[in-house]
Design a binder for this molecule. Structure first.
Ligand code: 26V
Length: 797
């Protein structure tokens, strides 16, 4: 499709203002210009998607369906303009109306329909799928409230609802004609007739799933990915109650249904087994599988070729019920035999695991499950019977092993087991993580079905964090290595040849300084705090979790602060520590850690001498849009999880691409970053994953506390109090159990920090290291990751 010209854009924007929004170009506010422009872009995306879909469908291309309870999309306007390559035309068109494009971006709220890494990965993958011209649909829920807005009040995290639809819904195109009915509760009757098994499901409650579509264009490609988000509504007013004059019950059914898509669960990595969450999951998968089947039938008129034409990806275990739901359709609605249905199902589904945290493993109470989803429950029971029979009789496994692998055991339904036994492919998201899955998490499965297990190291939408966020670096790259990297990020390797070129290193340093100044200006504008752009910008931005060890960083800052109090005139390189993190609202210790960081910040701020050398910034409400500002300005990337706990990490990739040097453990994708960039261009510290396993057995944090004077002093301060605030819980957790071995890695972390500071003093050395990181970051582009999924897992042509 040809690009929109400046003239066409002007006419379309004016049309939208006048005809859809009822204003003229003279009097329209920036907010209305944002809306009109977005409407024009959505129209274009929709048309482009239609052409792409017609093209791929008529060519019988295999479709990818990516099921995920979260898509952390961020903003769409800028991404669309850049990917459609119309940003300059739009800027010019708006200039003619006296409107500045850069001001309009801020009218768009982030679509925060996700918690963190999992949801952002989904969003990056939609971008790569479109760029590579693979026909793909993402499915999720149209949460009315996305991830909460974080407000820090007196150092404590508080949560405010994120009602993103005003401003956000212009990107959603309703498709009421594609609504799907989803059934809950009720009873199942079974009977046999002429050797045919019949199932009669009755007295259920129906919830209507209405799709709202969002589009993501590829960069310089024909492809457009569709994100189909389901909104729950009652299937109509309960006329019986209404006619009886019982308006309240009639409307009650509506709100019962609507609550399903009301809010995103904000506690990532912690499964609470709540019934509303189960309802959300089945709602999402039943609507999506129904939609996939409707579409497939409309194209081919049969499900016999489903496995050949459809790949369904299950992103973490949350959408696992798509498996029994497809079985249900093939058995009950289409009359396939169990064996034929099972054969199809096991070829269609692939599963990615995203965490090794045992508290995240999804389990459901069997009784809750059976009463909410009686037919799905029956199917799962049958799957379990056949599977455990096989484990005993074909594989000759013992009882404890079978119990560990069973879908149903101890009155509990184990989603991960269901997912692994039924999917044809199971992958982790970094080399180390995929190894741990095989050796640990799913070892019993790996022993009998090793061929299923594979790795796909994560990747990011590199263009979003490079040419959309870091203009200076993009310009430098274009001047030195040409523009080929825009299509193929592996071309960044060419930048390596400038590692000794002082003139290039000077420009690289200048670009970084400019980005730091921009970021400092933002901090001053939003908080009033003035930070020094010549200090080291050291960032730890990610969800708050003990395993990610923000408290290791905090403890180290506390020890540094104590040292500076004794040595106030020491010559040190000024250091600015930047934190950004949301904690799950019910995660007590995580909230204490936020309070600790903020308390340290306030104490340091009170000291006019020390704050020139050491400073903390806590970014409130860290989200995709803030990351786009921060990544280009960062110099040190803190990736300090306990080895073996972070599945991959993707923030590390965005920081690397922007030239930050990793200060990190051998965990997740850090290991592969080291393999590409070279260990000598990073600051690696701490135990390796196998060492962690060994050391855990007889770990004694109290002994470290007792013997390490620096650590002891910092830890004791938590008890004594900082600025009148005590942190007994953090103290006790660290000294008495320390589940993530913070104390064990402390000295090595401190040594790595000292090396950072020494290295920073050698400007050219630092810039050369930074350059090598940028040059080797191409591997971590989502285009590469999606290429691997397409070839090895989904088997797309
Ligand atoms: C679990 C749960 C449990 C129930 C309540 C809601 C909820 C939401 C999310 C999760 C799992 C989160 C898993 C996750 O985000 N993993 C991250 O995935 C990234 C992409 O693969 C990876 O880079 C990170 O290392 C990994 O932590």
């Amino acid at each position: 499709m040809k690009h929109l010209t400046k003239h066409e854009l002007k006419t379309s924007i004016e049309n939208k203002l006048v005809n859809a929004l009822g204003v003229d170009t003279e009097t329209a506010s920036d907010a209305l210009y944002y809306k009109a422009l977005s409407m024009v872009v959505v129209d274009y995306l929709q048309e482009k998607h239609k052409r792409f879909a017609v093209d791929t469908n008529s060519n019988g291309k295999k479709q990818v369906y990516y099921l995920c309870m979260e898509f952390l999309m961020g903003r769409s306007l800028k991404n669309s303009l850049y990917n459609l390559e119309i940003v300059n035309n739009v800027r010019d068109a708006l200039n003619d109306f006296g409107v500045k494009l850069d001001k309009l971006y801020d009218y768009e709220p982030d679509a925060g329909l996700g918690n963190g890494g999992l949801g952002r990965l989904g969003a990056c993958f939609l971008d790569a799928l479109a760029t590579l011209d693979y026909p793909a649909t993402g499915y999720s829920i149209c949460y009315e409230y996305g991830i909460f807005k974080q407000k820090i009040v007196d150092g404590w995290q508080t949560e405010l609802p994120d009602y993103w639809l005003p401003g956000g819904e212009v990107w959603l195109s309703p498709r009421p004609e594609k609504a799907v009915d989803v059934h809950f509760g009720g009873e199942v009757e079974e009977f046999w007739d002429n050797n045919y098994h019949h199932v009669n499901y009755k007295n259920y409650t129906t919830v209507k799933a209405v799709p709202y579509d969002m589009y993501v264009s590829g960069y310089d490609s024909k492809g457009v990915s569709r994100l189909r988000l389901w909104k729950a509504t009652a299937s109509g007013l309960d006329m019986d109650s209404f006619n009886r004059g019982d308006y309240i019950s009639a409307l009650g059914a509506n709100s019962m249904a609507e609550v399903i898509s009301k809010v995103l669960y904000p506690n990532d990595n912690h499964n609470e087994g709540k019934s509303l969450r189960l309802r959300q999951q089945y709602f999402m998968v039943a609507a999506s599988v129904g939609d996939i089947i409707n579409r497939h039938m409309a194209t081919y008129g049969t499900l016999d070729n489903l496995a050949e034409k459809v790949a369904i990806h299950i992103n973490d275990t949350h959408p696992t019920l798509a498996i029994p739901e497809l079985m249900r359709i093939l058995l009950d609605d289409c009359g396939y035999s169990w064996d034929v249905a099972w054969n199809t199902v096991t070829q269609v589904f692939a599963y990615t695991n995203h965490t090794v945290m045992s508290e995240a493993l999804e389990k459901w109470n069997e009784d809750l499950f059976a009463s909410m989803l009686p037919r799905i429950y029956q199917i799962i029971k049958e799957m379990n019977n056949r599977f455990t029979y096989d484990l005993y009789n074909t594989y000759h496994l013992d009882h404890p092993t079978v119990e560990r692998m069973a879908i149903i055991a101890n009155r509990t339904i184990h989603m991960a087991n269901l997912c692994v036994m039924a999917s044809h492919s199971v992958n982790g998201v970094s080399a180390l993580h995929s190894d741990i899955i095989k050796k640990d998490v799913f070892n019993s499965f790996y022993n009998i079905m090793p061929q299923k297990f594979t790795n796909v190291t994560n990747g990011i939408a590199s263009r979003r964090w490079l040419y959309q966020s870091n203009e200076g670096l993009t310009q430098l790259l274009r001047e030195t290595i040409g523009s080929g990297f825009m299509h193929d990020m592996s071309e960044l390797k060419k930048f390596n040849q400038f590692a000794d070129d002082k003139s290039v290193l000077d420009v690289l340093a200048k670009v970084k300084l400019q980005n730091k100044q921009n970021f400092a200006a933002y901090i001053e504008r939003t908080t009033g705090v003035v930070i020094d752009p010549n200090s080291i910008f050291d960032a730890q931005v990610k969800r708050l979790h003990e395993y990610k060890r923000q408290h290791l960083n905090a403890l180290h800052i506390l020890a540094t602060y104590q040292w500076l109090q004794e040595n106030p005139h020491a010559e040190v390189t000024p250091h600015t520590y930047i934190f950004g993190a949301k904690a799950a609202p019910g995660y007590f210790l995580a909230k204490q850690i936020i309070k600790l960081i903020c308390t340290l910040r306030d104490e340091i701020e009170k000291d006019p001498v020390i704050r020139e050398k050491l400073r903390i910034v806590y970014l409130e409400d860290y989200r995709v849009t803030l990351s786009e500002l921060l990544m280009p300005a960062s110099e040190v990337s803190e990736q300090i999880s306990l080895a073996g706990t972070e599945a991959s990490g993707t923030g590390n990739m965005k920081l690397m691409l922007n030239g930050a040097l990793t200060l990190g453990t051998y965990d997740g994708a850090n290991i592969e970053i080291a393999q590409h960039a070279g260990e000598e261009n990073m600051f690696i510290f701490g135990m390796r994953a196998d060492e962690v396993k060994e050391q855990k057995i007889c770990y004694d944090p109290h002994a470290i506390y007792r013997d390490n004077a620096v650590l002891k002093r910092a830890l004791d301060q938590l008890n004594k109090g900082i600025g009148g605030n005590t942190f007994h819980d953090i103290f006790h957790s660290l000294v008495n159990s320390d589940p993530y071995m913070v104390l064990r890695d402390y000295d090595s972390y401190d040594a790595a920090h000292q090396l950072v500071v020494r290295t920073y003093a050698d400007k050219y050395k630092w810039q050369a290291m930074s350059l090598r990181n940028i040059a080797e970051s191409g591997f971590f582009c989502a285009d590469r990751a999606i290429g691997e999924y397409a070839q090895n897992i989904w088997k797309l042509r």
